[in-house]
Ligand binder design. Structure first.
Ligand SMILES: Nc1ncnc2c1ncn2[C@@H]1O[C@H](COP(=O)(O)OP(=O)(O)OP(=O)(O)O)[C@@H](O)[C@H]1O
Ligand SMILES: [Mg+2]
Length: 459
């Protein structure tokens, strides 16, 4: 079998001299690379990858892409390694001539929608998709550079923190279908207004191939704005609105998932989704709209959604054996915005439990709107939770505003809060842990899942 990257292709893609090695994969992290990978020495926030070239080769890397450290064997020398990675991505995209590519962007639900598409399309044909949430200036080209030539489908997540980031990534992905999952106030600190967020997400149409389709949220107040920016592209709508081509008619949520009635291209379809919450049902509609836009068998694809479970940090559910019984953990530690906190609280409310406990860390990157966004979730917190623990300076106000009967402890940070939560939980509790990645609520999850507590994944 031809390796993912032959020496000739590496040279052709980057314009560099023949490196004299083939690579079976691509990695940017010497700690996790697999033998045979090309190690790309990127310069990033966490340091300079050139310092780890030796370690990468010692771990079995086939070779390394560098723009410094010229005196070694097995090097692919380029002017700039980020540019070199982008060149690999562009080349890999162009040579995967059979691949039908879907670009996924939006304020929330990108990774979840991407994974639903992986589940559905992977049941039909060989499917390539981004690892984890890889959606930025290195994540998108890395994902493309890893795409096998023979992929039938590829799902590329595209994200942004700042204006201007999405268009070049969309051009690189050159999608047949571009989906915007939702427009919410996440990252508003950098963008300034919800309209600016909508315009930035709409830039995902920039790289759409001729004859391509844009999938848009029918229920968004910003639909008109998004549609105007879709230009001449075909538009497919998903949502509850009567105008939706993929329409959610009914969603009956239980603790383990939802029974969904949908109308897709005029046909009624019943779907079991193995992830609870109407936000998950809406992500499923977005994913099904992509399947529909590609002209595939929607019914067949949808059956795979019964086996879809929320991912770690994004709603994964675990049963933990603690002294005297069990608790249920909803791990939402990866990410938080007001929209996703409300969605998670709705799932907490669905869980049969002696007490429903919410453990909330700060929602970050909200700029001037931080205070308002934190107080905006108060009513959802009060209606879903029997006990609330908080940490971080932004959550202080929420803590103070809670009624005495549900107000737990507030701590400065998650490390201080973690043992307090562990000590407070009782058998029969369901506990939701949520906050922005930077709030490090993972420490609470780690404290809860550490021995002697035993962990069992719920599907
Ligand atoms: N449609 C939705 N509405 C509200 N919340 C959602 C929705 N979809 C997912 N969420 C919640 O938002 C959080 C982030 O989900 P996910 O990782 O899928 O989003 P993302 O857009 O990929 O985020 P990121 O910008 O960090 O890559 C999770 O807690 C998830 O449960
Ligand atoms: Mg993501």
């Amino acid at each position: 079998m031809t390796p993912l990257w032959t020496s000739a292709d590496l040279a052709a893609a980057t314009g560099a001299p023949l490196p004299g090695f083939d690579a079976t994969g691509v990695s940017i992290d010497s700690r996790t690379l697999a033998p045979g990978d090309l190690f790309v020495a990127l310069i990033g926030e966490n340091g300079d990858g050139h310092a780890h070239v030796g370690a990468a080769l010692a771990r079995g890397a086939a070779g390394a892409m560098v723009h410094r450290d010229a005196s070694r064997d097995r090097l692919l020398r380029v002017a700039d390694t980020l540019g070199g990675l982008q060149a690999l991505g562009r080349f890999a995209r162009a040579r995967a001539t059979a691949a039908r590519v879907i670009a996924v962007t939006g304020s929330v639900g990108k990774t979840t929608t991407k994974e639903m598409l992986r589940t559905m399309l992977g049941a039909l044909a060989p499917t390539h998709a981004a690892a984890a949430s890889y959606n930025n200036q290195w994540g998108v080209p890395l994902t493309l550079a890893r795409m096998p030539r023979e992929a039938s489908f590829a799902i590329i997540e595209i994200g942004m923190n700042h204006a201007g980031e999405i268009a070049p990534l969309s051009r690189l992905a050159a999608p047949h279908v571009a989906v915007i999952t939702a427009i919410e106030r996440a990252h508003i600190g950098h963008l300034g207004s919800i309209e600016a967020i909508a315009d930035e997400k709409a830039a995902v149409v920039t790289g759409l191939l001729p004859g391509g389709t844009v999938v848009l949220p029918a229920d968004s107040p910003l639909l008109g704005r998004l549609r105007a920016r879709a230009g001449t592209a075909r538009v497919v709508l998903f949502g509850t609105d009567a105008a939706a081509d993929v329409r959610l008619l009914e969603c009956t949520a239980d603790a383990d998932g939802s029974a969904i009635a949908a109308r897709i291209g005029g046909e009624d379809v019943r779907i079991r989704l193995g992830a609870p919450g109407t936000h998950m049902a809406m992500n499923a509609m977005a994913a099904l709209a992509c399947v529909h836009a590609l002209g595939l068998d929607v019914r067949r694809a949808a059956t795979a959604l019964a086996g879809f479970a929320p991912m770690r940090g994004r709603g994964a559910r675990q049963r933990l054996a603690i002294a005297g019984g069990e608790i249920l953990l909803l791990d939402e530690s990866y990410n938080a915005s007001a929209a996703s906190v409300r969605a998670a609280l709705q799932v907490l409310a669905l869980q049969p439990a002696a007490r429903r406990v919410a453990v909330l860390g700060d929602m970050l990157e909200l700029g001037d709107e931080a205070e308002r966004e934190h107080s905006a979730i108060a009513s959802s917190v009060v209606s879903a939770a029997d006990m609330v623990f908080t940490c971080g300076p932004l959550m202080r106000g929420l803590h103070d505003s809670l009624p005495d009967r549900i107000r737990g402890v507030h701590a400065d940070d998650s490390a201080t809060l973690a043992p307090i939560v562990v000590a407070a939980l009782r058998p029969g509790d369901a506990v939701l842990v949520k906050g922005s990645l930077g709030s490090r609520m993972i420490r609470v999850v780690q404290a809860l899942t550490a021995p002697p507590n035993a962990v069992e994944q719920v599907r």
